[in-house]
Design a protein around this ligand. Structure first.
Ligand code: ATP
Length: 240
C-alpha cells in the first residue's frame, strides 16, 4: 500500500447517463512514470478526474497517497494539468505563476524553477493570451509543478508540441520521477508509450493491459507498441 501512489478499486463512473468507466482496478507505483493510453473517448480524462477528486463516482474507491481522492490533505500534494490550459489570458506567465504559487502557499523562488523546467524562461513576461498553443500548455504544466507535488497527473501534456519539446518534456518527467514524484501521463500517441515505465492501456472504459512496455512487447510478439496495442484489442475481442 505504501508503495502505491494511487490505488483504484472497482471504480465505476457514469457521465451523461452512460457508464464510461467499468469497475476499474489498478495501482500506480510510487516514483514511476505511468502512461495512460487509449483512443479518444476511452475514459482517460474521466479516470484522471476521479484520481484528482473532481469526478463524481458511482462506486468503488480511489486512494491517493493514502487518502481518499479529493481529500483536502492532498491539495498541495497532487498537481493536475488538464487538457485545456488553465491560466489567466491577461496575465503574464510569471504573474500567473506568482498568483497560483500564492494560492498554493508555494514560495516565490518556485516560480523561477518551474518556468525553467518547462522551458518558458524566454516567455516569462509575455501575457498568456499571446503565447503559442504549445507554450500555453507548458504554462499550465508549470502551474501543476508549483510546490513540488508528490503526484503529478498530466492530461495529454504533449499535444501540439514539436518533437524536440516533446522529448524535453519527457526528460523532465523522468527527472521529476527520479526526485521521487509519481507521474500519471495520458496520451493517445503510442510512440509516447515507450517512454513510460508502465502502461495502462484503456479502451471503452476498460483496462486492457497494465504492464511494462517490455512485457507488452513480449507477450504480443511485436516491438511496435502501436501494433502491440492492436493485438491486445484483437485478443480481447476473441476472448469476449
Ligand atoms: N461532461 C460530459 N457529459 C457526458 N459525457 C461525457 C462528458 N465528458 C465526457 N463524456 C463521455 O465520457 C467518455 C469518456 O470521455 P473522456 O473525456 O474521459 O475520454 P478521453 O479518453 O479522455 O478522450 P480524449 O482522449 O478525446 O480526451 C466519452 O464517451 C465522452 O463522450
Amino acid at each position: 500500500m505504501m508503495n502505491c501512489a494511487v490505488e483504484v478499486r472497482d471504480l465505476r463512473v457514469a457521465r451523461g447517463g452512460r457508464t464510461v468507466l467499468h469497475d476499474l482496478t489498478f495501482e500506480v507505483p510510487r516514483g514511476a512514470v505511468v502512461g495512460l493510453l487509449g483512443p479518444s473517448g476511452c475514459g482517460k480524462t474521466t479516470l484522471m478526474r476521479a484520481i484528482v477528486g473532481v469526478q463524481i463516482v458511482q462506486s468503488g474507491t480511489v486512494t491517493v497517497l493514502g487518502h481518499s481522492a479529493g481529500h483536502r490533505e492532498l491539495r498541495r500534494r497532487v498537481g493536475y494539468a488538464t487538457q485545456n490550459p488553465a491560466v489567466y489570458a491577461d496575465l503574464t506567465v510569471r504573474e500567473n505563476l506568482r498568483y497560483f504559487a500564492a494560492v498554493l502557499g508555494a514560495g516565490r523562488s518556485d516560480v523561477d524553477r518551474v518556468v525553467e523546467e518547462v522551458g518558458l524562461a524566454g516567455a516569462r513576461d509575455q501575457v498568456a493570451a499571446s503565447l503559442s498553443g504549445g507554450q500555453l500548455h507548458r504554462a499550465s504544466l508549470a502551474v501543476a509543478l508549483l510546490g513540488r507535488p508528490e503526484l503529478l497527473v498530466f492530461d495529454e501534456p504533449t499535444v501540439g508540441l514539436d518533437p524536440v519539446l516533446r522529448g524535453e518534456l519527457w526528460e523532465l518527467f523522468h527527472e521529476l520521477a527520479g526526485r521521487g514524484a509519481t507521474l500519471l501521463v495520458s496520451s493517445h500517441v503510442m510512440d509516447e508509450a515507450a517512454r513510460c515505465e508502465r502502461l495502462i492501456l484503456m479502451r471503452e472504459g476498460r483496462i486492457l493491459a497494465d504492464e511494462t512496455p517490455d512485457a507488452l512487447r513480449e507477450h504480443t510478439g511485436t516491438d511496435d507498441l502501436e501494433q502491440a496495442f492492436l493485438k491486445v484489442i484483437e485478443r480481447e475481442k476473441v476472448a469476449s
